[in-house]
Design a protein around this ligand. Structure first.
Ligand SMILES: Nc1ncnc2c1ncn2[C@@H]1O[C@H](COP(=O)(O)OP(=O)(O)O)[C@@H](O)[C@H]1O
Ligand SMILES: [Mg+2]
Length: 376
């Protein structure tokens, strides 16, 4: 049976909210998502906390942007469990009290999950935009030094939050049990990071031809990691710039910047390097493809905020960055020229190879020197 059209889905969702506290006068489609149908609902009656708008996330058993791709609905439960658990995760305070910038990183409030319709209601970030689009489209201020500082601080706040989350979640047995069940998406994540490496070799033999052997080795290493649950911990699982929201406005001194970490359906048990590496790769792509130096600055700040790591952690993270650059960075539709795509592929290939060989010197002379600057 053909899947329902977007219009049909929107009216089904609107209908299902009738008679609930989330009954809406209008549903506006929000862009930016891939797997789900996301709306801003304007409520007929404000909620007890005063909210007049909420975010509505509706799921079907397939990926919204490619309906032929089936995806388990149990992902909704995973997100619900995460958001509920994270409501008890304390807000990580500022690293430096005297800094005039305050990035307040947190998760949206979870209001409700309608399990019959697979529709979730959560707190809506007013005038929000994701961090990728923010970096690409929101103009920065005229003072270059202040702008640089802001990028570093933003990255740092995000890194501090992620470290805090990884540590905190490791102490939450209930949360761990819930996300450990997300085996299907754990497998999917492994496939899109590591099996895709070999697809890219076929696609770009002139750039990646010689790397096939090493790609196979790192794929085996990453698959072996997943075999021992005791070595794994709760991670976000899709920690990239598209899943960080902030207000669509220039960042200014003295104005608090709320940042939402959204989209928890890929949460799983895994190596924390998966979260760190994905974010670093995505930030770096902003520099590589779009000449946004903010991308590299945020990456540096991010690692500083994440805090000291072992050399082993740095190498494993570098492999993850490389895998992301090759598997995803080379195929972003309409993103860059052939030369840029190849540059991205070469960098990803080299990061994987050099990390596999534990060539610290190579990293120390690269843009990714910051990965090793805090190693214990
Ligand atoms: N709580 C929210 N407040 C405001 N906008 C949101 C919120 N949640 C999601 N969005 C918007 O919807 C988009 C997709 O949401 P996300 O949860 O990442 O879905 P998907 O799983 O489809 O990627 C986001 O990029 C953002 O633009
Ligand atoms: Mg998303």
């Amino acid at each position: 049976m053909a899947s329902a059209s977007r219009v049909e889905i929107t009216s089904k969702v609107l209908e299902s909210l009738k008679g609930t506290p989330y009954e809406a006068s209008a549903l506006d489609v929000l862009s930016g998502g891939t797997a789900n149908f996301i709306y801003r609902a304007s409520l007929i009656q404000p909620l007890e906390d005063g909210a007049q708008q909420v975010a509505v996330k509706h799921s079907e058993d397939y990926i919204a942007t490619s309906p032929d791709f089936k995806l388990t609905l149990s992902r909704c439960r995973i997100e619900e469990e995460c958001l509920k658990a994270l409501s008890a995760f304390p807000i990580v305070g500022k690293a430096d009290e005297s800094d005039p910038h305050n990035f307040i990183v947190r998760t949206p409030k979870f209001y409700y999950f309608d399990e019959t319709n697979n529709t979730q209601i959560q707190e809506y970030l007013q005038n929000g935009i994701d961090l990728k689009m923010h970096t690409l489209t929101v103009e920065s201020g005229p003072d270059l030094e202040i702008t640089k500082h802001q990028s570093l601080q933003l990255g740092k706040a995000l890194g501090r939050w992620l470290k805090g989350f990884h540590k905190w979640a490791a102490q939450q047995p209930g949360l761990r049990r819930a996300v450990a069940a997300n085996k299907e998406l754990q497998q999917l994540k492994h496939t899109i990071n590591f099996s895709w490496l070999l697809d890219r070799v076929k696609q770009f033999p002139n750039v990646l031809g010689g790397a096939e052997g090493i790609f196979e080795e790192v794929g085996k290493m990453a698959a072996a990691e997943l075999e021992d649950d005791n070595q794994l911990q709760v991670i976000h699982g899709d920690f990239w710039t598209g899943n960080i929201l902030l207000p669509k406005a220039r960042i200014q001194e003295g104005v608090d910047v709320p940042m939402f970490v959204i989209d928890w359906e890929m949460s799983q048990i895994g190596k924390p390097n998966l979260d760190v590496g994905q974010m670093l790769a995505e930030l770096y792509e902003l520099k590589l493809y779009k000449d946004k130096s903010a991308g590299l600055l945020m990456a540096q700040g991010f690692m500083e905020g994440y805090g000291p790591v072992s050399e082993e952690f740095a190498f494993r993270t570098a492999i993850q960055v490389g895998a992301h650059l090759v598997s995803f960075g080379m195929i972003v539709p309409g993103w860059g020229s052939v030369e840029q795509v190849e540059e991205c592929g070469r960098l990803g290939r080299d990061m994987i190879t050099r990390a596999w060989e534990k060539d610290r010197r190579w990293f120390e002379e690269s843009d990714f020197a910051f990965l090793f600057s805090t190693t214990r």
